[in-house]
Design a binder for this molecule. Structure first.
Ligand SMILES: *Cc1c(COP(=O)(O)O)cnc(C)c1O
Length: 392
């Protein structure tokens, strides 16, 4: 199999797995126990917290709260903070192309009495400062705009967006799950109050992530229990997971510059080959505000699922923003939000590259894709009618 869906999840790097293994066996202790095996686990957990804090430029390790992943961090940033700063309602802002971990949460808060505004990205796939400024109100409590988008790969100017939120007295959160370890991300340089991360997008294990919570922000955890994580996230900590997460981040940061260059060359190679070999195809977005490893392609007149299944038959794992894959009737909310028409969005492909992707992988993928698209188009009366040679 050739795996080209690194934005969905990544394999655990062997070096990460090795760092974790002792914490399932000889160092199995509960990090909250006072005897030796517990203290060992505690010290390892705190070392992992320090690694992650310094990796994201946090001022203090205590600003890192380990969670079960990106989705929990996203939920905590709103629910646990709103319980303190605005329990009775107020105005919340996010963007229309967030990951469901934020978007569906904010929509549900809207049904619970908060006023919500969804800022639309522009056609360049970015949230513009003017548009956020217009959405701000006197009673805006939290603004959450993602750093790197998981479907189209655009990277927002979070520093400017955070300044706008702060100038109107709101807190600023960013979902940095997709950008961590891939492009520079420093909570103090960017001036964010909260940020969400997940290990499994950076060659760490699934089911562990973190919330950066700047010191001084009131927080009343929505998870009640034993009061672990400084009373901010109850439940026995996933020590091995936290250690794997820290190791994964360390490796990504060491290799980041070279890897970003390597992957953007491969990404551009895919886009160039596909768009020159097949007419009526394009990259969803372009420009330099892009994550290195994500190629979002629009292939007119072909269903994303059809391409996905045929590529799967040939051993290639990729994603589509087309409808059926998500179990709904509408294509990806991200593509629609950046102004892609429904018919066109149905023919979208997301190819995402990572640490183990080679040039042969991407050439093999393009070699497989081209005849699949040609065959599907030849069988499609719709394509023949609207895009085919006869009509042009
Ligand atoms: C994967 C992802 C999440 C969710 O993280 P989980 O650890 O899978 O819960 C949130 N936001 C973005 C942008 C993601 O890509």
């Amino acid at each position: 199999m050739t795996y080209l869906d690194y934005a969905a999840t990544t394999p655990v790097d062997k070096r990460v797995l090795e760092s974790m293994l002792p914490y399932f066996s000889e160092h199995f202790g509960n990090a909250n126990s006072l005897y030796q095996v517990g203290r060992d686990a505690y010290h390892a957990l705190e070392a992992a917290r320090e690694t992650i804090a310094s990796g994201i430029g946090a001022a203090r390790p205590s600003e890192i709260i380990f969670t079960s992943g990106g989705t929990e961090a996203d939920n905590a940033a709103f629910v646990s903070v709103l319980k303190r700063i605005a329990p009775d309602g107020g105005h919340l802002i996010t963007s229309a192309y967030e990951h469901p971990g934020i978007l569906n949460l904010v929509i549900s808060l809207g049904k619970q009495g908060y006023d919500i505004t969804l800022v639309q990205p522009r056609e360049d796939g970015l949230i513009h400062a003017d548009d956020l400024a217009k959405a701000m109100r006197e009673d805006t409590k939290i603004v959450s705009i993602m750093h790197g988008n998981n479907e189209i790969g655009t990277v927002n100017d979070v520093k400017t967006l955070a300044e706008i939120a702060h100038s109107r007295g709101a807190l600023f959160h960013t979902d940095a799950v997709q950008s961590l370890g891939k492009v520079p991300f420093n909570v103090q340089d960017l001036g964010v109050d909260m940020a969400s991360f997940s290990a499994h997008k950076i060659y760490g294990p699934k089911g562990v992530g973190a919330l950066y919570l700047r010191r001084g922000i009131s927080f009343d955890s929505f998870l009640k229990g034993g009061g672990q994580e400084g009373r901010r996230r109850s439940g026995t900590q996933n020590v091995a997971g936290a250690i794997g997460f820290a190791k994964a981040l360390e490796l990504c940061l060491e290799e980041m510059d070279a890897e970003a260059l390597r992957l953007s060359v491969l990404r551009n190679h895919i886009v160039n080959r596909v768009t020159s070999a097949l007419e009526n195809t394009q990259a969803t977005v372009s420009g330099d505000m892009l994550l290195p490893g994500i190629a979002s392609l629009l292939i007119n007149g072909v269903e994303g699922e059809s391409m996905l299944l045929q590529l799967d038959n040939q051993g290639y794992a990729i994603s589509t923003g087309s409808a059926c894959s998500s179990g709904s009737l509408d294509p990806s909310h991200v593509l629609l939000a950046v102004g892609v028409k429904k018919e066109i969005a149905h023919g979208s492909l997301r190819v995402s590259l990572g640490r183990f992707t080679t040039e042969e992988d991407v050439d093999g993928f393009v070699d497989a894709l081209i005849p699949i698209v040609e065959k599907l188009r030849a069988m499609s009366p719709v394509y023949q009618r609207y895009f085919g040679k006869e009509s042009s």
